[in-house]
Design a protein around this ligand. Structure first.
Ligand SMILES: Nc1nc2c([nH]c(=O)n2[C@@H]2O[C@H](COP(=O)(O)OP(=O)(O)OP(=O)(O)O)[C@@H](O)[C@H]2O)c(=O)[nH]1
Ligand SMILES: [Mg+2]
Length: 149
C-alpha cells in the first residue's frame, strides 16, 4: 500500500528547515479582567483574525524593548519593562516560518489605548475569547489565560 493511502488525512508538511521568527506579544488585562485583542487588517496575512498586540523583534532588540516600541506605534500607549510579566510562549509552524512568540502579561500602562494602524480593537472577557477567531498559534494560549485569570 502506498504511503498516501496509509495516511490520507495528513496534509503535506514543508520538508526543509523553516526560519524561526520571534514575535513578542502582550496580554493586556484591564481592571475588569478583560483582555485586549487587535484585528489583523485587510491586506495582511491572516487578515480578520484577532491577535494579541505585539510584533516582530528588530535586530538586537529584546522582547521587552520590542513590546515597548510596538505598543507605542500600534496603540499609542507607554509601558515599562517592570510592568511586563513573562507569562508563556507559543511555538507554531506556519507554512513559511516557525513562530516563536514569548507572551507577557501587562496590567498597567500610561495613556488611552487607540488603534493607530487602522486595526479594530476589542476588550474581551475570557469566556468570550472563543467568539474571536485567532491565529492557530494562539489557540493553546486561551486555556492558559483562563487558568491564570
Ligand atoms: N502580534 C501578534 N502576532 C501574532 C500572534 N499570533 C500569531 O500567529 N502572530 C503572527 O506573528 C507575526 C506578527 O508579526 P508582525 O505583527 O510584526 O507582522 P505583520 O505580519 O503584522 O506585519 P509586517 O510583517 O508587515 O510587519 C504575524 O505573522 C502574525 O500572524 C499574536 O497573537 N500577536
Ligand atoms: Mg504587529
Amino acid at each position: 500500500m502506498s504511503e498516501d493511502k496509509l495516511c490520507p488525512d495528513i496534509p503535506n508538511r514543508p520538508t526543509g528547515p523553516l526560519p524561526v521568527i520571534t514575535v513578542a506579544a502582550v496580554i493586556m488585562v484591564d481592571i475588569d479582567g478583560r483582555i485586549l485583542l487587535a484585528q489583523r487588517p485587510e491586506g495582511k496575512s491572516m487578515a480578520g483574525l484577532w491577535e494579541f498586540p505585539g510584533g516582530k523583534l528588530e535586530d538586537g532588540e529584546t522582547p521587552e524593548r520590542a513590546l515597548i516600541r510596538e505598543l507605542k506605534e500600534e496603540l499609542n500607549i507607554d509601558i515599562t519593562e517592570a510592568c511586563l510579566a513573562p507569562f508563556t510562549f507559543a511555538s507554531h509552524s506556519y507554512e513559511k516560518f516557525h513562530l516563536l512568540m514569548p507572551c507577557f502579561l501587562c496590567r498597567r500602562w500610561d495613556g488611552i489605548v487607540r488603534g493607530l494602524e487602522g486595526q479594530a480593537l476589542k476588550w474581551v472577557r475570557i469566556n468570550e475569547l472563543k467568539d474571536y477567531p485567532m491565529p492557530p498559534a494562539d489557540e493553546p494560549l486561551i486555556a492558559m489565560i483562563r487558568d491564570f485569570l
